[in-house]
Design a protein around this ligand. Structure first.
Ligand code: G
Ligand code: G
Ligand code: MN
Ligand code: NA
Length: 252
């Protein structure tokens, strides 16, 4: 209850900020983009998104907050363009945003305000959202594609994707959930699942990226299995905009 109250005041008080986690191809050394991740420094210290995002979703605050995230991320990506780095920024989208009638207008409006090219914005939508809200999905995805905005399916492999829907959805990327890389899942089964997702990506002409890469052995495994796009603590933690620029100068 206190959390709800603090959260409502937090947006006006400017207590939120975004950090950016790079996506890389460690083989080519290319930086593929960065995922924007929301952080809240509340009145009693930092609160993890896994705690406050569900509350923001319950209270409806996720709509103004999600809009703020989009605005901030588009502005940051446009600053990167100005600094000579045309890197796509990825923004996580909640179910309540995706199914809101103003969603498409909001995306367009924030692109316009920031001046960011649509091809430099990527939206990350979970597999579960896509499967649960099929009625919004086709319209949203087609409109986003028409705008030139990229869409990736986040946490792929943890939900229940219908392959027939997946085939029909105009998306760009499958993001392999990090649970497939977790140490306790190592072994032939996890490897077979990664192989299956990489194969699905090839069959459907989708990019595939692995998240949660923490160890060099995982890099070797992913490259061997045909997945060269990666994100994880091994390369960089989510970084403040200043640290992100420093990281860019020193990478690879
Ligand atoms: O940043 P961290 O890995 O702690 O994020 C935890 C969870 O919160 C992840 O599921 C992530 O997708 C989600 N999350 C982080 N930032 C945002 C955001 O801006 N919007 C939404 N909807 N979810 C976010
Ligand atoms: O649900 P989503 O995939 O958006 O979640 C992103 C979350 O994953 C962020 O909170 C981010 O901090 C976290 N994350 C990013 N890289 C790693 C990693 O290598 N290991 C672990 N355990 N978490 C990671
Ligand atoms: Mn994500
Ligand atoms: Na993710």
């Amino acid at each position: 209850q206190q959390l709800r109250h603090d959260l409502r005041a937090a947006l006006d008080a400017g207590q939120f900020h975004l950090v950016y986690q790079p996506k890389v191809n460690p083989q080519s050394g290319e930086v593929l983009g960065a995922e924007a991740l929301l952080r809240w420094n509340g009145p009693h210290g930092p609160v993890p998104p896994a705690t406050f995002i569900p509350v923001a979703e319950d209270t409806g605050l996720i709509l103004p907050l999600g809009r703020w995230v989009l605005r901030e991320a588009c502005q940051q990506a446009q600053r990167w363009v100005t600094a000579g780095h045309a890197l796509p920024v990825s923004v996580n989208i909640s179910a309540a945003q995706f199914t809101d009638p103003t969603f498409l207008d909001t995306v367009q409006e924030e692109l316009r305000r920031s001046g960011l090219g649509a091809h430099l914005l990527e939206l990350e939508v979970t597999e579960t959202i896509l499967m649960r809200h099929v009625e919004h999905v086709q319209r949203n995805l087609e409109a986003l594609r028409a705008l030139g905005v990229q869409v990736s399916i986040d946490d792929f492999g943890t939900g229940y994707s219908s392959l027939s829907y997946l085939h029909a959805f105009p998306v760009n990327t499958l993001k392999i959930d990090r649970s497939f890389l977790a140490p306790d899942r190592h072994g032939p089964q996890a490897e077979a699942l990664i192989t299956a997702i990489v194969g699905l990506g090839r069959a459907l002409n989708l990019q595939v990226i692995a998240e949660g890469v923490e160890e060099p052995a995982q890099v070797r495994q992913l490259l061997r299995l045909g997945c060269a796009a990666m994100q994880g603590y091994l390369f960089a933690r989510p970084l403040t905009p200043g640290d992100f620029l420093t990281w860019l100068r020193h990478w690879p």
